[in-house]
Structures are given as C-alpha cells and as structure tokens.
Write a protein of this length. Sequence first.
Length: 534
Amino acid sequence: MKMPRTFLALLVVTFAAILPAVAEAQKLGRHAYEDTEYGYSFKHPDDFNPVPPQPQEQARGVVVKMSGKELIVRTDQGAYRTNAEATVLRFAERTVRGKSGKGDSVSETKVRDDVGEYLERTYKALDKDKPLEDEEKKINKLEARHRTWRAQLGSIPLLVDVWSFQLSDADVHVIYVVPEEFEKKWLKGFEKSAKTFREIEREAGAKALGKNASYEELLAFHTADAEKTPGWTALDTPSKKFIIKTNSDNKKFVKEVIERLEKSREIYEEDFPPPKDFDHVSVVRICGSEEEFHTYGNTGGGVAGWFNPRTIELVLYDAVNINRNMTYAVMSHEAFHQYCHFLFEQSEAHRWFDEGHGDYYGGVEFKGSKAVITDKMPAGLNRLDVIKEMVREGSYKPIAEHINYDHGEWQSQGPTNVSCYAQSWSIIYMLRQGTLGKVPSKCWKDEYAEILPNYVKTLHAGFRAAYDEILAKRQEEAEEEGRELTDEELEVNRMDLRGNKKEEIWKAAMDASWGQVDIDEFQENWLRFVEDEL
C-alpha cells in the first residue's frame, strides 16, 4: 500500500495477559511537549510516555508517538490489554506543479496533505468523508479543526479524535486514539490537551549530513535528533563504529551493551574483513522499557530486538525480566545483519547464510576480554537441541533443498517455526568451525572451507555489477534529458533490481560455492557432525 509522503503512525494495540482495568479519566501532565524545531507545544495527558518515531516514520511526518495507561478492552472475542495513545504528525506545505488547461504554461499550487486520507488507509470501517463530528475552532489564536471518527483495529472498536492546527508552513495534527468503551472518560481530557496547543519560538534543528560526515558530525546529528524526544540522547563508543540512542537510565546495562557490540564487531570483522575505506557507523537504539520498545517498533510480545534494512537501526531493550542473556544473544545476531547490510552494499543473501550466521554469532559468550563462539544460546533461542532432535527423527530437509530455498520456502520448511533456523545454524557452525580446524576429518573435506568465501565473493560482485548497470542506465537517461542525476537517483540498492536479476545472482553464487562440492557427501558428513560432534 502506497502511503502519503508524510503520515501519522497511530495506535498499536498489544495483546497480553489480562490485568485490572484503568478507567479513570486522564489529567494533563505538568510539563508540555515542546517541538522547538517547528515551533509549537502542548500538554499531553499525564503518564503519556513520548517515544520517537522510526526513521521511515519520521521521513513521512511523524514527530512523536505517546502511549498512555493500560486499559482492558472486552469484546465478543475476549478481553485484551491495550493503551490509549496520541501521535503528532506534521504535514509540511508543498508545491504541486502542473500545466494549465491549454498546456502551454506551468501552474503551481500550495497543498497540505489531509490526515483523513491516512486514517482511512490505516483503519477498517473509517470513512474520512463521514466524521462523527467536524468543527472549526480558534485555539490560542490558531485556526484549528476538530474531527472524530469511529474505527476498528482488529476486534476492538476505537474512537479516533483528531485536532488539526494551521501553522504558517504546515498543519500539525494531534491524534488521540482510545477504545470506544472508554471514550466518555477520555474525550474531555483529550480536549483539554488540545486546548493547550500554542506556537513557541523556533530553534535551529540538526544540520543535514553530508555523504562524508565525520564521526563527530554524525554524533552531533543523532544527538540533536534523539533529544527531540524528552529523555532521549545519543552516546559515542570507544571504537567510533557505533552511535547509541537511548533513554535507558541503567548506565551499567548500556555500558555492557556497548562492550558486547564492540567485541561482536571484532568477530564479524575477523570472519568478514572490511576494506580499508569501510567506515560505516551503525546506529543502535536501546529502549528504556519493553513497552517503549514495542511502541517504537510497532511490535508485540516475543520480539527481543530487530534490525530492519529499511530503517537501518538495530533496536533493543533490556529483557532482564525474562533473561538478559536473550537480549545479548539477539543483539549479536542482529548486529551481524546490520554489519553485512553495509559491508556488502545491501546484497541479499539466502536465508541459510543470513540467519545461519546470525544464530552462529548469537551463541557468542563474553569471557573477560575475549568473545568465544559456543554451540548454545539462551533458553528459547537454543538451536542445538532442536537440530539434534530433527536429525534423530529425520525431520530435517535435504541439504540440497534447504540451501536453495527462497525466503518464504525457508521460513515455512517445518516441522516447527524454528526448524529452519536450527538447520541453517548447524550448517554454518560446521563450516565456520571446520575452517578453524575444529571439525574432525571424518566430517570434513578441505574444499568445504571455500564454500562461504566463494558464496560471499560471487554474491557481492553480482549485486555490485547489477547496481552499476542500473546507475549507468540512469546516467544515460539523464544525459539525454540534459540534466544531472539527483542524490536520490545516485543511491542504488537491491530494491531497484527488476525481473529475475536477484535469482540470477543467487544461482551464480550457489554455483561458485556449493556447486563445487559433492552435496550428497556433504550431507552425510553434516549428519555425522550433528550426531557425534555437536
């Protein structure tokens, strides 16, 4: 679904164990939320916790998300725990160009996107043209518009209460969302909040980054960006390979994350040496609580950390209430994805390689100044017992099939939802440990040591050649039009590939690696390794 250029992220309902309901109407917080870059402030309901938007949300206009107290919603399908929420969206004024009726001149029109279009695309049973209420108001000398809609999110009926304010260069929308059964207790609080909206003096925001920005410039940019949300800041790291964005007040935990990130990076760089000019800085966001983590990422229970190629951030929280080692294992797994994303210029690998390596590094143990790869991860993530049972029961997939699966086939190979991870992990563990001389000769052949290097080399070269081809075509078209390529056009990645190009690159990589060994013999050796050595 194509979204508006800027848009507002709305309420994300999370389902969990049923807790006592909190039905009291919200009072306003003592301190106002201030957006000094764009010049406005307002007081949000008390206990609404400000959470920054993800990078792609920020690019579309989301300024801040806020999550309120827990509420118990009772529906025909059962009772669910959820939150009332507020989100702020800023739609900047933009110019639309078009030709006049006769086609001989160009006209320009100033427009501001309507929040109703986003709401209609986001919620079921919401008709932007049929609000329950639509009224014009004057609030603190600003033109304002108040609209409400009925909507549906899953099985939960909602009330969407929107207050839009007209500033000189943009419309700012404050969107409050609450389950329908609580609307009478919350609407007055939302109105009180909206009526505190006012303009304030503006301050210069973070300066745009150039392509060759220094670490100090990157840190300054991310610090200014983080501090737009109360309680957040950015931290440097000794290696200058990471920037940490966090609102956690557990300094000891944050320090431990930094130390483990840097030790993990050393392992990645040993196995996948970067070129001398590789100076990418990875952004890692550490949320202060699980609730903030899920609000930030629009995720639910069962997720302990993630890296998304579209956002390029690694996002974590302290899962100390479950098992902090799970956080560390997920961190090392996802940090590998983040490292390779930039090292290999967004080359897209098969899942056996990508997730197999992620779990391989997820098994790292930190002992003093050393980081040691082990064959175990924390409970719930441990692949060792899973693969041994699969081999014992014969429920594994033939190696020739497993390594050639596309993403969907790999994910659904069964017999459980973690079987794919366990089988890929065991293959990578054997190949990596064998290259280090730690797999006995009865399970190992010298040519196995070339599988991973040949795969990576061919895969990366294939994507790089495809990118160059796309860029050359764009350059040719621009020259014909008598213009220079824009910065956006100069950026090429795997999303720009068309047709069967990725499949062609994948086949070449597999031919250069697995195609050079006897796959049936490898499977026999792998089975022996899992049964006798793991």
